[in-house]
Ligand binder design. Structure first.
Ligand SMILES: *Cc1c(COP(=O)(O)O)cnc(C)c1O
Length: 410
């Protein structure tokens, strides 16, 4: 492997983050305390949400929101097949049944497919802003209003993205989701190593999530039982252990301050990719519908497999051979064994997600890259494409053999 290998991801951790972690370690308070509260407040302001709760992962954030909304056995929750397993695992953890709606051309959940899969048991929708492109939230909120459903956004990719001019998590024309879950995993747009945040505008939901986050111990109880001494508490319900430590929050506070810088760098690099690949016939670039800004957590390029003589795995191997790391987002949920009891059911059919999957290649895209590295990725992709493109005549005859002309004529 070359020494100038471009890895698929590298986090951007600055001296401020390091100094704040050291100061926290020296302070004597290392679990959730002042730093976690500060991170929550600054995050809430940033995404224009009244309440924010810092947790140890986005997975915890999703589970807490669903649990606090009393989603449970007998309920159905509609989500997307093109996501990380956490989105569906957390639905299963509540005892509810996940139902998959198919994606649209953007890779996001298709509101028309959601509408077709709503039943009397449907209680919630969990949309995922795939790769950092906001979903069609207005269409999702319309469905939620019409059918009395909760909406919990999986915004693991979406910190820094905007919908109708507002950051993900903020209200749009007075409407917003019940809860929004963010991730600070190492590869996400800001990181605390591991970590997450859940925001809401509902005070009751915020309080329930805070209680469930720490074993079901009520904060209120501390005040209520103050006359018994500060050792006394009551566990009011069976909760979880999902809090974020001050050591992690110390990193998050400074990462959040760099969010605009990170988002700008991602957009600049993504635009280089978009421009460079726009007229390469063998690939298709991600679309960005009007009214939304993409925060480019991922750059999922789509191969046109009818114009290449190699498959996606070979394409990624060719990148690797030339010193460029790549990945795939995501292996669709129906293809994982944990989902097999549900995968065959008609209401979980996701043809478009399954058709897109073999074409997806996520290219490296992160602020710690240099522009020269982005240009090398571009040159490398173009080099592989020219080495493996099917000539026009071969391409035409393959289409003819596959019956494409017949279809077009009928
Ligand atoms: C990363 C990710 C998660 C989980 O985030 P963690 O903080 O690692 O729990 C959930 N959903 C999606 C779409 C993700 O990419």
């Amino acid at each position: 492997m070359q020494t100038d290998y471009i890895s698929y991801h590298r986090p951007s951790i600055g001296e401020e983050e390091i100094a704040e972690v050291v100061a926290t370690l020296r302070s004597g308070w290392i679990t959730s305390g002042g730093k976690a509260r500060q991170f929550e407040q600054e995050f809430a302001e940033r995404v224009e949400a009244p309440f924010a709760l810092a947790v140890n992962s986005c997975t915890s954030a999703l589970h807490l929101a669903l649990a606090a909304l009393n989603i449970g056995p007998g309920d159905e929750v509609i989500t997307t097949p093109l996501t990380f397993c956490a989105t569906v695992n957390t639905i299963l953890h509540t005892g509810a049944t996940p139902v998959l709606a198919d994606i649209d051309g953007t890779g996001n959940i298709d509101p028309a497919s959601i509408a077709a899969r709503i039943t009397a048991r449907t209680r919630a929708i969990v949309p995922v802003h795939y790769a950092g492109l906001p979903c069609d939230l207005d269409a999702i909120w319309d469905l939620a209003e019409e059918h009395g459903l909760k909406v919990v956004e999986d915004a693991a990719h979406a910190l820094g993205a905007t919908y109708s001019g507002a950051p993900i998590g903020a209200p749009v024309s007075g409407r917003r989701s019940d809860a929004v879950a963010f991730s600070f995993y190492a590869t996400k747009n800001i990181t605390t190593g591991e970590g997450g945040m859940v925001t809401t505008a509902c005070q009751e939901l915020a309080e329930r999530m805070r209680r469930l986050c720490l074993h079901g111990i009520s904060r209120d109880a501390w005040g209520r039982y103050a006359d018994r001494g500060n050792w006394y508490y009551q566990v009011e319900e069976c909760g979880f252990k999902y809090n974020l430590s001050d050591i992690q929050a110390a990193i998050g506070i400074h990462q959040l301050r760099r969010l605009d810088e990170f988002t700008e760098a991602r957009a600049r690099y993504a635009n280089l990719y978009q421009t460079a690949f726009a007229d390469v016939e063998e690939v298709e670039i991600p679309a960005v519908p009007p009214g939304r800004t993409h925060c480019w957590h991922l750059y999922p390029l789509r191969l046109d497999l009818t114009r290449l003589d190699i498959h996606r795995a070979q394409f990624i191997q060719e990148l690797q051979n030339r010193g460029v790391g790549a990945s795939v987002h995501f292996i669709p949920i129906p293809l994982h064994p944990f989902f097999s009891p549900y995968a065959g059911l008609p209401h979980n059919r996701c043809e478009r997600a399954l058709q897109l999957y073999p074409r997806l290649v996520s290219l490296p895209l992160y602020p710690a890259m240099t522009e020269a590295q982005v240009c090398r990725v571009i040159d490398t992709v173009k080099e592989i494409v020219s080495a493996h493109q099917l000539t026009r005549s071969v391409h035409a005859s393959m289409h003819a053999a596959a019956g494409w002309r017949g279809k077009a004529a009928s």
